[in-house]
Design a protein around this ligand. Structure first.
Ligand code: NDP
Length: 315
């Protein structure tokens, strides 16, 4: 049979390009988990993904209730689950004030980290039950949270501190909206959420890989300077960022190329190793990248896991 893969945020950018790349192999059925059903439908159509290769299901990661409903509807569909790709994200670099998820968590941490944390924990049971030969959970990371790289050192730098803001709820009422307890900064909130994604991938690996055989991996697909991720940025930035990445940093990749990279992490037998953060060199060859000190801190990963469990109602 075909493999079944859920991709969150498959209505644009990297998620859509990955859905297209996987559909073209003829080996995958893609469950596009999207907050805007119509947008997802139009996106799949205009990308030329054949109807029989995908199903769209509603998922709003900024609502824990919606995540639980998504899991219920997925289970009712009767499809086995073989691979989960946590790809959706929001990036609010110019926001002056924080915005919040349905449960009142700062939106970047709430969507990118807490939403995917709950989704993954709930779907782990489903993946365990699948008889697919290579089962995987992939969480899209980023170099921007990686302070051992040049791009990761552009201020404001990611820093989760001692997680005191997260522990007190990130709601801005009786707590800070930032994980480290500091003042709200939209660009930093995104980078922090990506560090959480990479810590979560490794904690999943430590807790479940041996017992379940599931591969847990993260990746930095390259700088896909043209996606909707930068929609909140000022117009001048949006104009100059793609050529800057193309000609100056040379970190630019097209959406199509990035989609092929993520598709490799989904299905390529040579990328089956668990606990790995994949990157690609200039010749588009994959390699296992080093994580920053904070993103590989085991103690922090454990603490993040425990606090996140409480916030999403699992503990
Ligand atoms: P896009 O903005 O194009 O895609 C983000 C997707 O997430 C969209 O489909 C969006 O839905 C979805 N999304 C946002 N909020 C929610 C929500 N509450 N519930 C469900 N879905 C939601 O950006 P990219 O394709 O660039 O980003 C994809 C991933 O790649 C992210 O994890 C990002 O961090 C990562 N990444 C991107 C890089 C880049 O250079 N672009 C570099 C490194 C990593 P909608 O279409 O409805 O808005």
């Amino acid at each position: 049979r075909k493999g079944n893969v859920i991709i969150t945020g498959a209505s644009s950018g990297l998620g859509l390009a990955t859905a297209k790349a996987l559909a073209e192999t003829g080996k995958w059925h893609i469950i596009m988990a999207c907050r805007n059903f119509l947008k997802a439908q139009m996106a799949a159509k205009s990308a030329g993904v054949a109807k029989e290769n995908y199903t769209i299901m509603h998922l709003d990661l900024a609502s824990l209730e919606s995540i639980r409903q998504f899991v219920d509807s997925f289970r009712r569909s009767g499809m086995p689950l073989d691979v989960l790709v946590c790809n959706a994200a929001v990036y609010l670099p110019t926001a002056k004030e924080p915005t919040f998820t349905a449960e009142g968590f700062e939106l970047s941490a709430g969507t990118n980290h807490l939403g995917h944390f709950l989704l993954t924990r709930l779907l782990l049971d489903d993946i365990k039950q699948s008889d697919y030969p290579s089962k995987r959970v992939i969480i899209v990371g980023s170099i921007t949270g990686n302070t051992n790289t040049l791009a990761g050192n552009v201020p404001p730098k990611a820093n989760l501190g001692d997680l005191r803001g997260l522990a007190s709820g990130l709601n801005g009422v009786n707590s800070s909206t930032m994980i480290d307890g500091g003042e709200f900064d939209g660009a930093k909130a995104y980078k922090d959420s990506k560090v959480c994604n990479m810590l979560t991938m490794q904690e999943l690996h430590r807790r479940y890989h041996e017992e379940t055989g599931i591969t847990f991996a993260s990746l930095y697909p390259g700088c896909i300077a043209t996606t909707g991720l930068f929609r909140e940025h000022i117009p001048l930035f949006r104009l100059l960022f793609p050529p800057f990445q193309k000609y100056i940093t040379k970190g630019y990749v097209s959406e199509e190329e990035a989609g092929k990279r993520l598709a490799q992490v989904v299905g390529d037998p040579s990328l089956e190793q668990s606990g790995v953060y994949w990157s690609w060199n200039k010749n588009s060859a994959s390699f296992q990248n080093q994580l920053s000190e904070e993103a590989s801190d085991e103690e922090k990963a454990r603490k993040l896991w425990e606090i996140s469990e409480k916030l999403v109602g699992l503990a």
